[in-house]
Design a protein around this ligand. Structure first.
Ligand SMILES: *Cc1c(COP(=O)(O)O)cnc(C)c1O
Length: 403
């Protein structure tokens, strides 16, 4: 069987194949395997935005606020129930991942009275910078665990770094480079044994793998909604704080959206006990209008089916790359169960390969200095499209240093 025939066979058996028609695809010739950077817009997003501008903004003006105010919580509850394994009242859309990381890390430090923050040397840049910034303010001592470039954070190394001085551990559930997937329950358990909290970055995990925050004993989490959640460029991030922790944690940005009896505008900050205390200022209601259509699609598809397809797709990519571009070295865990929804490959000429592919209408991600990341969206991408992208990788004869 040819690889194309194999792809068609996988498509024919794919229960999610009809979802692809519900995305906006202005150029069907563009082969897109970069949902880990920015997901495609659902077909309904443009209408949802136009409707919001027309009916809500223009139509209701300031009187609309009453019905808009609880959108960050309402959408957060839907995301929590369908994608994060979180009971209502624990998830809210707010700010950017960076700002939410800062708020929750500072809240954890203040709560524990301890000073050490643990992260890993290969964590996403903003996670590391936020931790460095808190240290530079004199509010924490940063402790960095070395991670394996292909397999991510080692549990034994994490365990060795934990002691009674650690306030919070900041880790990504799915590593943005290798795709390595951590065992959330195990990490939470280890941290809790040392009396520390864990702040999870779910940016590359949400909409990609099933997450069970409540069941895994999670404390805190943040995540991005413009990647697999297809919420659009700069879509609001979300944050999770476990119910019993909420009244005990106080974040450093004292804004009016966290305030009890907000519109009384009283003299002193007195935050509500619930999840809203982690809000700061006016939420981006217009941007949340774009978050909803893709959330609808993902919830309809179901994260278990998305996961099943992602497992098949990433395996298929590894097989295709071995056939069409054998000069690339797999730089992700080989065991599919230990990966998120993307796979990475390493080659010294990665930058030139990615640029050459872009010139042929194939979009994959380049990660400095030598990685290529392939991340097809489960709902918007067919197996045949994946084949059609990977078959265009340059042949070995064009690659310096390969035979
Ligand atoms: C994409 C991503 C972010 C994005 O942070 P913003 O502040 O929303 O720009 C943060 N962390 C991780 C792990 C990411 O992958």
């Amino acid at each position: 069987m040819t690889w194309q025939a194999k792809a068609r066979e996988l498509d024919a058996a794919d229960p999610l194949r009809a979802f692809a028609d519900r995305f906006r695809v202005p150029d069907p010739g563009l082969r897109y395997l970069d949902d880990a950077s920015l997901g495609r817009p659902p077909a309904g997003t443009a209408d949802a935005l136009a409707r919001f501008v027309d009916r809500d903004w223009a139509g209701r003006l300031v009187q609309g606020w009453e019905s808009w105010l609880d959108r960050p919580q309402r959408l957060g509850d839907r995301l929590g129930a369908g994608m994060l394994g979180a009971a209502p009242g624990q998830v809210v859309y707010s700010d950017s991942v960076t700002v939410d990381l800062y708020k929750l890390a500072m809240a954890a430090l203040r709560h524990s009275g301890r000073r050490a923050v643990i992260t890993d040397d290969r964590n996403f840049a903003t996670d590391r910078y936020v931790a460095q910034g808190i240290e530079a303010e004199g509010r924490a001592d940063l402790r960095t665990v070395e991670a394996d470039p292909d397999r991510g954070v080692d549990i034994a190394a994490l365990k060795a770094a934990l002691d009674e001085s650690v306030a919070v551990v900041v880790l990504s559930l799915v590593d943005y480079r290798s795709g390595a997937l951590l065992d959330m329950a195990r990490v939470n358990e280890l941290a809790h044994e040392a009396g520390a909290l864990v702040l999870w970055d779910l940016s590359h995990a949400t909409g990609a793998v099933p997450i069970a925050l409540d069941a895994a004993g999670a404390d805190l989490a943040v995540g991005c909604s413009y990647k697999y959640l297809c919420g659009g460029p700069g879509a609001p991030a979300f944050l999770y704080v476990r119910k019993d922790l909420q009244p005990r944690l106080r974040q450093p940005i004292w804004g009016w959206f966290g305030q009890r009896d907000q519109f009384a505008m009283g003299p002193a900050y007195d935050p509500v006990p619930g999840i809203e205390r982690f809000l700061c200022g006016t939420p981006s209601i217009l941007a949340l209008a774009a978050v909803e259509p893709s959330l609808d699609l993902l919830l309809e598809a179901g994260i278990e089916r998305v996961r099943d397809k992602n497992l098949l797709m990433t395996e298929f990519i590894i097989d295709l790359v071995a056939a069409y571009a054998p000069y690339l070295r797999l730089a992700s865990p080989r065991d599919a169960e230990r990966r998120g929804a993307h796979v990475a490959f390493e080659h010294p000429e990665a930058r030139a390969i990615v640029a050459g592919l872009a010139a042929r209408n194939v979009i994959v991600d380049y990660l400095d200095p030598d990685r290529i990341r392939l991340a097809p969206g489960a709902l918007s991408t067919s197996f045949e499209q994946v084949w059609d992208a990977v078959r265009l990788f340059p042949p070995s004869t064009q690659i310096r240093g390969s035979t």
